[in-house]
Write a protein that binds this ligand. Sequence first.
Ligand code: PEP
Ligand code: MG
Length: 327
Amino acid sequence: RQAEFARLRDVAAVTADGTRISLLTNAGLAVDLENLNETGAEGIGLFRTEFQFMVSEQLPRLDTQTALYKLVLDAAGDRPVTFRTLDIGGDKVLPYLETEREENPALGRRAIRLGLDRPALLRLQLRALLAAGANRELRVMFPMIATVDEFRAARELVDIECEWARRRGRPLPALLRVGAMIECPSLLWHLDALLPLTDFVSVGSNDLFQYMYAADRTNPLVSDRYDPLSPPALRALQTIQRVCAETGTPVSVCGELAGRPLEAFALLTLGFTRLSAPAGGVGPVKRMILSADLTAAKRGMTNLLGSSAGSIRNEIESLARKLNVAI
Ligand code: PEP
Ligand code: MG
């Protein structure tokens, strides 16, 4: 299998009936950059910037942050990189950052909420990102956006930092794209307001489903009580895909789902054409893509989404097998 995946490295990810899929990878540390060449991913769809903060003993300084982001962009070359701003709080705590104890951290002041409450922290990171992205394309996205106002406020900090750099004569990115992660179910009913403000969105299905099913993803007692391959989860994804298609908003899926062939097959049938998978998933998912005839698969999936069953995993698997999809 490994040899087969290596052979597929330079093969374009096109389905058997000709749909071009962008297959990207997730990363978070400098060591992950090797995977970019090894897997043949087309870029980094999710760079988890908090990893640098988590392995550090103190708050990484501006130049330390800038150096990492530059390294990542240099390694990626022409391939796109999407930097996700700090996603801490919840189960990810930084010993050097004083925060209040919370009864319910997963529902607490995590990710963009912390960034907006501590704008100096977020602004420092944005300054580092803008400096690293000078004269090239920079893509930044905000995690755990739950309301349109949060996105507006976060984007305003980007504008403030751009202005800060401009006033000092610092070069800015040649192209700046700012996006939101869709991880909070609230956004599903406010995409019409959110999407016009964003340049792209990415679905964080790990958190989206955790919040949809009210099941802590880090708690083994409850984390597998639901199946992502269930009508509610897939219909939620379908809604996001449809609204993005209607409004011409680029959308990707960057949760763990995108790295598992059967789940990724389901995503393709819903119309997603941009997936960001953990490095180990890139080869297996590309193999699946090459074998999939989407026209027939989409028809099959439409019927399954109407099911009253809690999980349609077996049905999706049968559909894939019937169509000779390499799952
Ligand atoms: C997600 O929630 O799906 C996601 C990609 O972000 P993380 O796993 O880092 O929370
Ligand atoms: Mg998340």
